[in-house]
Design a protein around this ligand. Structure first.
Ligand code: FAD
Length: 411
């Protein structure tokens, strides 16, 4: 069994081919290396979680796709070109899960708002409840005594990545065995996952809890863990065997999408954020310069997460014709105003930012910019425009549309 007790030992470190380098070139190279396994191998092996030194059952592409260093369209295009639609359907459907969650959250934004409020409440409760605080600290320190859970906790902190099946087991143990609030677990993931994503993360935790598909929750079973870790772990007798799905006292109303194709003035200043690091695929060729914006370093994200995000924005900037410096700040309006003045334009454009902290920052900046006569335009990707309208209910509704969406995209 691998161990993370001694995180300096060569054995406990992730191997080089699962290191996450925040460049588009590295993402494309990972895609190229994975493609031969994207059809039958992925379909039959993807549920096996063999540890951080062996990501061969999955693609481990999520850090790049999440920041759009490589796009969903590119991943789909290369996969279909190599294998055709039918043979690679299992993998293609997984790529669409990301689109589904993003589109769904965009149309139910109160889920993100209430998650943040409940998270604050759960954090406050930790200050007041010593038992709860001790349990929480044992969980995030990987000291619960449940060997698999503790191991995965260290693996997450060390690598910034967990296999999908491990994420499901981890969230299930957190909620139903350790009986900790799901909001704290989702927050722990967002701080430590390099691919941490408001939509996929929040909605996956809610799915495990039985809140996304109401009443249908996911209970991790020891025999399932033993099978898919190939005997590395078997927490027999340690996990909750019966537990009810969680319930919540509010509904989350459907809100129509507010995303439309947009025309851009040719003298726009382009802004790159960690939400979309191939602006050249979204924004027009003509511009007066490109500025990269990154959040100030915070304690809320691990060093691995922060350095990937900063590296990704820097990499995007380096691919632009007229790059300005990357600005690391929390007052984005000031940075944008200064750059637009230097560029001599009152038009600023960026790729559309879905629900999450970056969208909130841009919304706040937009109000200040408009007071100074500067317009901020959010330009959506065609892929999102054709996919998100189908993400209103369960995944099945979108799944049925996959062939049509791909055809619309010319794939
Ligand atoms: C509790 C929990 C929390 C999660 N949090 C995140 C998160 O913060 N960010 C994130 O990107 N994913 C999250 N996921 C989804 C999924 O686990 C990861 O996207 C996937 O494991 C990434 O690894 P991979 O690239 O090797 O995936 P592969 O299996 O190789 O899949 C290929 C691509 O398809 C997409 N994908 C696959 N499975 C899912 C899924 N279940 N949901 C959404 N997209 C998927 C990803 O873009 C992934 O890169 C979470 C899942 C769970 C159960």
């Amino acid at each position: 069994m691998n161990t993370f007790q001694d995180s300096n030992s060569a054995q406990s470190r992730p191997s080089d081919d699962v290191a996450f380098v925040p460049t588009r070139a590295a993402g494309l190279a990972r895609l190229e290396a994975f493609l031969p396994r994207a059809a039958k191998h992925y379909a039959t092996r993807r549920n096996y979680a063999l540890g951080p030194s062996d990501c061969s059952t999955v693609s481990a592409l999520s850090p790049w796709i999440r920041h759009r260093l490589i796009s969903e369209e590119e991943v789909l295009e290369h996969t279909i070109a190599r294998h055709g639609l039918e043979a690679a359907m299992a993998f293609i459907q997984e790529v669409f899960w990301r689109s589904y969650f993003k589109g769904w959250l965009e149309q139910h934004p109160s889920v993100w708002k209430s998650y943040q409020e409940e998270l604050q409440r759960a954090r406050d409760a930790l200050d007041q409840n010593t038992h709860r605080r001790t349990d929480y600290q044992s969980a995030v320190r990987g000291q619960t005594g449940i060997a698999c859970f503790d191991h995965w906790c260290h693996e997450l902190k060390l690598t910034g990545y967990l296999h999908n099946h491990i994420r499901m087991w981890f969230a299930s143990i957190w909620i139903f065995t350790l009986r900790l609030p799901w909001h704290l677990g989702a927050d722990f993931f967002l701080r430590n996952l390099i691919d941490g994503d408001p939509a996929s993360n929040t909605l996956s935790w809610r799915w495990v809890a039985g809140l996304h598909t109401k009443g249908k929750h996911y209970l991790a079973r020891p025999d399932n863990i033993a099978k898919f870790t190939q005997g590395m772990f078997n927490p027999a007798g340690q996990l909750a065997r019966d537990a009810e799905a969680l319930v919540e006292g509010c509904d989350h109303p459907f809100v129509s999408l507010n995303v439309t194709p947009t025309w851009l003035p040719s003298d726009s200043l382009h802004v790159v954020t960690a939400e979309d690091c191939t602006p050249e695929q979204v924004l027009s060729d003509t511009n007066t310069g490109t500025i990269g914006l990154s959040c100030l370093t915070t304690e809320h994200q691990s060093a691995l997460v922060q350095s990937f995000k900063q590296g990704a924005v820097r990499d995007a900037l380096m691919r632009q014709d007229k790059p300005y410096d990357m600005v690391e700040t929390d007052t984005w309006a000031d940075a944008i105003l200064e750059a637009s003045e230097t560029a001599g334009t009152s038009h600023v454009a960026t790729a559309f930012t879905p629900v999450g902290p970056i969208a909130s920052k841009l919304t706040a900046a937009r109000d200040r910019l408009s007071k100074k006569g500067v317009t901020l335009t959010l330009v959506p990707r065609r892929y999102d425009l054709v996919t998100w309208p189908h993400a209103t209910k369960g995944f099945f509704k979108l799944k049925k549309k996959i062939p049509q969406i791909l055809a619309d995209q010319g794939l």
